[in-house]
Design a protein around this ligand. Sequence first.
Ligand code: ADP
Length: 797
Amino acid sequence: MSQPLPTPESLPLNALKEQRELTAAMLDLIGALIVILDAQGRIVYFNHACEQLTGYLRQEVQGKYAWDLLILPEDVASIQAIFDNLIPDNFPQPCESCWVTRDGDWRWIAWMDTVCLNEQGTVEYVIATGQDITERKQAEKALLELATLNQAILDSANYTIISTTVDGTISTFNRAAEKWLGYSASDVVGKTTPALFHDPEEIVERSHELCQELNTPIQPGFEAFVAKARRGEIDEREWTYIRHDGSRFPVLLSITALYNSDNQIVGFLGIGSDIIIRKQAEQSLRDSQHFSQRIADTVPGILYLYDVIEQRNVYANRSTVELLGYTPQDIQDIGTDFMSHLVHPEDIPHILEHQKHLTTLTEDDHLTLEYRMKHANGEWRWLRSRETVFSRTVAGLPKLLLGIAEDITDYKRVEDVLRQTNEDLEQRVEQRTADLENAHKQLRFHVENSPLGVIEWDSQFRVQGWSKQAERILGWKAEEVLGKQFNDWQFVYPDDFEFVHQKALNLLNPESPPEIIENRNLTKDGNVLYCQWYNSVLFDESNAVVSILSLVQDQTERKHDEEQLQQLNQQLQRSNQELEQFAYVASHDLREPLRKIRSYSDLLVKRYQGQLDERADKYIGYITDSVIRMQALITDLLTYSRVSRNELVLEPTDLGEILQQTLTDLSPAIEENQAIINTTHLPIVQANSLQIGQVLQNLIANAIKFRREQPPQIDIKADCQDDFWQISIQDNGIGIDPSYSDRIFAIFQRLHYREEYPGTGIGLAICQKIVERHGGKIWVESELGQGSTFYFTLPVV
Ligand code: ADP
């Protein structure tokens, strides 16, 4: 309970001290801070409020300089300056300063300083009365910070923020608005919107709209913007802003009303966002999505996102339809059964193993793997995937894999075929190698067992190989001659050396034709061998000698045989000549006595036929027949021996002429047998005309003689064959059994009885001898009963 204060008149004079203490008590009571300092700044008085504020007791501070205890270090100098220059006129003066409390905290205090002067009129005491304003200061600071923040927000916003008073006077115009519209805040704040940067037509249009919408007249002005906000709605729509330079751009303007604490509208706030940027952003997002989609749909393969944690496909592009027959939706629907449904069971462990490696994969790494997936039609397709980690869990584990899979089924097939082919090839190579080894063995075997000695030489004619047979033939062992040239040892018979040397040089010429060389060699024992050499040289593309192979055959025995044969031939020729001489002499010399026998037997017939008995007549007939036959035989034999006896003079001879002469000679037989003879043009040949005439005569006479019932038809032709003329005489006679076709050319060989067909059996033997002397051949082609064709050849002139 407060008591009424005693008035000064009621106080006794000695009660001044008490009065002071009372004042102090009153001051304490109102909570004011009171500190009294002497003119040097020492604390003289420190009231209770000061004690409570600072935590110091009066006794502790009394006599201490204020700045030693209470003043912030940064303020000390300015406080001391006041005490250094205490001018009474400067007081009373207000000031705000901070006091430091005992526990280091500090408080803001608003001071009112006054001074007490002594009798000289100088300052004796400074009395400071203070109020703790710390809370107020803090509130002020917070307010300031908030205002700064608001301004910063306004300034940094990427929106135009324009606020107005209720009547449309612009009160805020932020940085973005300045930037976008080209006005500075100071230009527009205080001016009325919307006239400044809005399109009047648009405002009219909007006010019409609002009239309709709100069913109340709206003036085409500021009201068109705020009518809805005024009704507590947020009005958001597109407007056109006109820049200071006249250019225009669309904004999305959102207008709200601003209320005071009494919920009264105090203004409006319009926030505009640049639609162009948003539209551009939207477009570029759409573009980039489209781009990604296009990439995804055009990449040659399945592009997919796979959730390794949930083991399911998250995304697959359209190629999935093409490659696997599933739509992306089908794949989604398979869900977490993805692996077990689609991947080949044999490949799953491999894939899971692969996924373990993903943990250590960095952003740029990728893994490749091959596996089979089931096509919607049930087929297995081989895929090759390249995968990378697309996203991870918070713990850093791979979550989504981005991969691209290409169908390598065809490639795998080709690979299989290739592998198979390779295996086959390897097998074949092995087989070939084995075959080659075998062939090599066989070759070795044959080389070693050949009756020919096999010798291999290098281009310098140094021995490289020397077979066993070469050892057997020549007596020299391989080790004695290997590496030696053929003139390094007594190998070639000295008389033949020059010849052999020349032939060896010829061999080295790739142009020279291969030839068989015969020369004499010496065996190790010094025996002379007649050897036949078959040499062949292998040249490379540049005609350098690769190797020379010689096959050598010991011909010594054959040589001896030949010599013997030659001797025998000579003997035979001699005896043949003697025989022919004999035949000639015999047939020639026999003709005379035979003619006599014939004359006398004719006489016997003439004179004594019928006078002797019948048997004698028969005997005389036999003698006459035999003599006639013997004469014919001797004539033919003489003809035969003359063929080789007479020297053969060959000259161009017109066969056609010879044939005509022959036909003339044979005309009686032709007429008698009604033979038809067809001839073609016959050539001129190199021949002896008499003898060839004889051949034609014999063959045509036979063709007439060995006839059948029907009249003989004989075709005579000539065909040129390379160097020979081939003459043919074809008849339609009795023909010859082909087994006799050689025999009939032998002397005295006949196939018929004389009674059937007369003749001596020498005609064809003569023909053969003549034709062979002319260097030709004669033969027959025939079938019994089918006619015969005799052929003979003569050299072309
Ligand atoms: P020849 O005519 O004197 O009997 P050849 O030496 O001329 O003797 O003929 C030998 C044999 O060849 C004849 O006896 C005959 O049997 C047979 N011969 C020859 N020419 C013909 C032919 N054109 N048709 C059938 N047989 C033939």
